[in-house]
Design a protein around this ligand. Structure first.
Ligand code: SAH
Length: 237
């Protein structure tokens, strides 16, 4: 069942009315009066709800029961991804949202060939739709326009961090074994052309593990997917 996101302040007397883009989505799903649906306030609570009224520009729901979030990983994962070409950034957003990332950050790197156009609104919409489809309890935040240095600081602040580089030997699982009960993880994936040796050197100097995802070279869109699968297989049980 798809999930709908509302703002907590829009909930009054156990009812909530949705307008805007989500209405189109609900019409496309052919939602009708009496249907059951799951709603999240995106902050703390999920609700079992029933459709009360379907109109052209709005849909109203009655909230039947509330309960705490149950579909979020136990660890806060941030994906740092170098700006990629074409629609690849959006592929990364969709997959990262499905696989449990809490934040997706696009940064610039010396081998980036992507144009640095600001697409914040589009990215936020992609994350929202992916979260609805995946039944997430919250909508992951997407940030763009971050520098390489800011990305490195972000990695350094996490309990588990990994700078993925195809020339590295250190397996991600070995990094995981070094930390007991981590609360956060952050990793960085380079652009299509990879990280430069100089960039990998900066990560090493800052004490960030430079990590391998296996002996094969993964595409930039595949690498986050692989890393998230490993992390959630360990921390999302
Ligand atoms: N420079 C390479 C490919 C880069 S792949 C080339 O052009 O041949 C894009 C990014 O995916 C890399 O920067 C790295 O972050 C990640 N990546 C791909 N395969 C990897 C592997 N086996 N181990 C670690 N990281 C990998």
């Amino acid at each position: 069942m798809h999930k709908l996101f509302v703002s907590p302040e829009d909930i009054r007397d156990n009812t909530v009315t949705v307008t805007g883009n989500d209405v189109e989505h609900l019409h496309a799903l052919r939602v009708k009066e009496g249907d059951d649906i799951k709603i999240s306030d995106g902050v703390a609570l999920n609700y079992d709800a029933v459709v009360k009224e379907v109109r052209k520009n709005s849909v109203s729901f009655e909230l039947i029961k509330s309960y705490e979030f149950e579909n979020e990983p136990k660890i806060d994962i941030t994906v740092y991804c170098a700006l990629l070409k074409g629609g690849s950034n959006e592929d990364v957003i969709k997959q990262a949202v499905e696989l449990g990332a809490n934040k997706i950050v696009f940064f610039s790197s010396s081998n980036c060939i992507a144009e640095k156009r600001e697409k914040g609104e589009k990215y936020a919409k992609t994350a929202r739709q992916a979260a609805m489809q995946a039944g997430r309890d919250r909508i992951p935040e997407v940030v763009s326009g971050v520098t390489f240095a800011e990305m490195i600081d972000g990695l350094a602040a996490a309990d588990i961090s990994a700078f993925f580089h195809e020339k590295a030997d250190l397996p991600l699982y070995d990094v995981i074994l070094t930390k007991k009960d981590p609360r956060s993880a952050a990793f960085a994936v380079g652009p299509e052309g990879g990280f430069s040796d100089k960039e990998a050197e900066i990560a090493i100097q800052k004490g960030i593990p430079v990590v391998s995802l296996g002996k094969r070279i993964l595409r930039a869109v595949t690498a986050p997917l692989c890393a998230l699968s490993v992390l959630t297989s360990v921390y999302d049980r």
